[in-house]
Every structure is written in C-alpha cells, then in structure tokens.
Design a binder for this molecule. Sequence first.
Ligand code: HEM
Length: 417
Amino acid sequence: MEALRGMSIAIDPQSRRLRLDPRDPVFTDDPYPAYAAIRAAAPAFFWEDYGFWCFAAHDDVSALLREKRFGRQILHLMSRERLGWPAPKRHLAPFDALERHSLLEMEPPGHTRLKNLINRAFVSRQAEKLAPRIASLARERIDALRGDGAAELIEAFATPIPVAIITDLLGVPRAMGPQLLNWSHRMVAMYQFGVTRDVEIAAAAAAQRFADFMRGYAKARRADLRDDLISQLLVAESEEGRLSEEELVTTCILLLNAGHEATVHAIGNAVRTILDRNLDPRALFADATTTAATVEELLRIDPPLHLFTRYALEDVEAYGVSLRQGDKIGLLLGAANRDPARFPDPDAFEPVRDPNPHVTFGAGLHFCVGAPLARLEMTIALPILFERLPGLRLAERPRCRDAYHFRGLEALRVAWD
Ligand code: HEM
C-alpha cells in the first residue's frame, strides 16, 4: 500500500486494480488527489473494495451515461439466479418496493412514460414563479441570523431552502420538512458503501412510514386538487394507464428526497469553495452572466454526488474493458469533472470555462429532472448570502461527512463582520 497524503491506496497500472477503502476519512475529506492519481494510472480500473470496474475519465463517463448498452436495471433481462444474486432480504421489503417503482431504477418504456410525465409537471412550475419564493426564503434565513455574527450554514441556510421549495412544489405541508428529512436521511444511507443490517432496518422502517404517509396524503388530496405537482400526478393517476398508485407514491418520495439531499450539499460545497479559495463574491455574482458561469463552475469543482452505477445490458468489449451482461460498473462523476483532458488546469476555479461540460447532473436517459431547479436555487440563494453577510469567512476548517459517495459537509461554521 502506498500512502497518498496519509490515505492507504494501492493501484497497479498493469492489472488496473485499485485498493482504496471508500470510508478512509482522508479520502472522503478530499478525494480529488486520489482521483488524479487513479486517472493517471488507469482511467478504467477495477475497484476491489466495490468489486466492479469504474471509470474516471470524462470522455468515458460522459459516453457511458448515454450508452444504450448500459442501464440502471438488469432484472428485466436476467434472473437473480443467473446474476448470482442472493434472494431479496425480507427485512428490506418496504425499501425494495419503493425502488421497484422508482424512475431512477427504471428502464424504457416505463421510464420514458414516467419521465415525460414528471418533466411536464416540472416544466409547468416555471422558474418565474419559484424565483421570488427562493429569494424571500434566503433573505428570511439570513435575517434570522444576521445579528449573531456567526452560524453553522448547513443547518441554518443550505438545508431549509431546498426542503421548503420541494415541499411547496410538490404540495406537501412545509411543517412536514423535519420529518421528511429524517426519513430521507435513513433511506439514502442505503446508497453508501458498507451498509450494515442496522442501516437496512432503519431504511426499511423509514420507507414504510414515508410510503404510508404519502399514500394517506395522496388519498386526502384526490378531492382537493390545487396548483401543485401532486395534483398533476393525481390527475395522471386518474387517467387509466398513465400512472399507478405505487408509481405516484414512489415518485413523490423520490422527488422529495432527491429534491433536497443533493442540493443542500451543492450549496454547502459551493460556499466552502468560495471561502476556501478566497474568491471575490462581488466579481463572481456581478451580473446574471457571471452568476450563471460561477454556479456551473461551483457545480463542476465539487459536486455533491460522486458515484453512479450501471449494468451492462449485453456483453460489451469497449472502453478498455471486457464486460459480461449483468456486470455492474461505477461512473465517477467527481473524477470526470476534474479530468485535465477535458478541463485544462482542472483544480483551478475558472468560471470562464465555456463550454463547461461537467457531469454533475449525469447525462442521457437519466439526466437529473431537478437540474433547472437546483441551478435556480443556487443562482438566487448564493448571491443573497454573500451580499447580506459582508466579510463572510470560515470560522473553522469545514468537516466533510464520512459518506462516500455523497460529498457534503458535516458542518460549515462561518463568521462575518
Ligand atoms: C445539485 C443538486 C443535484 C444534483 C447534483 C443531482 C444529480 C443527479 C444525477 C447525477 C442524476 C442521474 C443519476 C444517474 O444517471 O444514475 C440525477 C437524477 C435525478 N434527479 Fe437529481 N440532482 C440534484 C438535484 C435534484 C433535484 C432538486 C431534484 C428534484 C426536484 C432531483 C431529482 C432527480 C430525479 C427524479 C432523478 C432521476 C432521473 C431519471 O432517472 O431519469 N435532483 N440527479
């Protein structure tokens, strides 16, 4: 094992095998030096700790996200027996039931039907309607703490805005926010490396309660349609064959979870990037054009989600690897975003990059439904934060959550003048 800035990492360029514990705190604290070393040694490599091939080069990741020979799902083509998978765990049944109907885990044609429906519902919630609400929320949060001179921004700023916006958008009472956060955190813990039985049990219980709540709430709202997303989904549900009740419940849960988990940390990571690098917020957010470019570069340089997987839907000989149908692969978004072959001087913060083809929101079929919303939230909330708290600075070195592949901060303590 070689030590890279104190982390234990072994990469053999010949066999292209990597040993690196994704829970290594040095790695989760700053994965980018490891990505650079891995990409240089072997852009396609077998990550032994995960047990599958992974890709770190931008061109590969970007192409694989769009590749029709790879999908999020494999059970429509191969049985568990053929895949060599154990039987589903009984204690995970409520969690698995939600996954089965999740847009994120579906393939065409079911995926196409559901995605069109959600996209249409999203497009109709125009940005013009949301922008003033995001701005007033951001101002409210800052005014509540302005006199304190110091704060922890993940809890005080980065979390409440996306949670309030997604509950409003969907049409779920804002007061449910803390409860939704609790369920959501337990459920997304399932996507981390090295899931324990306790994590599984907590996730299944949260999935059960969340689904029960959503089912009850949807039932109540069938007779109370309003100008919100759940009403549009309920209308679709009432039209034969467009949306089943299970899909409705799962979609609401997916949107509520996805609607804040990543955005909270995109905002936290963005503030940290600006403060850590002593960037000048007045120049970054001088006008709409610089603000848009700044947000894209913030999303590129430290994205909140680093790893997504795909299955080979057929045997594939490409990208320097030989895969059998059913093999899983890992796409390293955070590594792709720092590939020098695509982004010259990749560790430098350069909002002038144009184009800035980062893969923070994925690409292809499963491209993020919420990307316009997440961009809007950052575009509005970040300038307000820096404008209203002049002299904003880090009060201590921010701590990262020990949770690869969700890259976010445990705490972001700041002070201002
Ligand atoms: C900065 C914040 C966000 C990031 C970095 C992010 C990232 C991603 C990525 C990488 C994917 C693709 C996953 C894959 O290819 O396997 C995805 C999918 C998705 N995201 Fe986001 N997301 C963010 C915010 C949101 C928001 C605000 C919402 C909802 C309001 C949302 C809803 C979804 C949904 C529903 C999918 C599944 C799309 C599909 O499978 O077709 N995301 N997101």
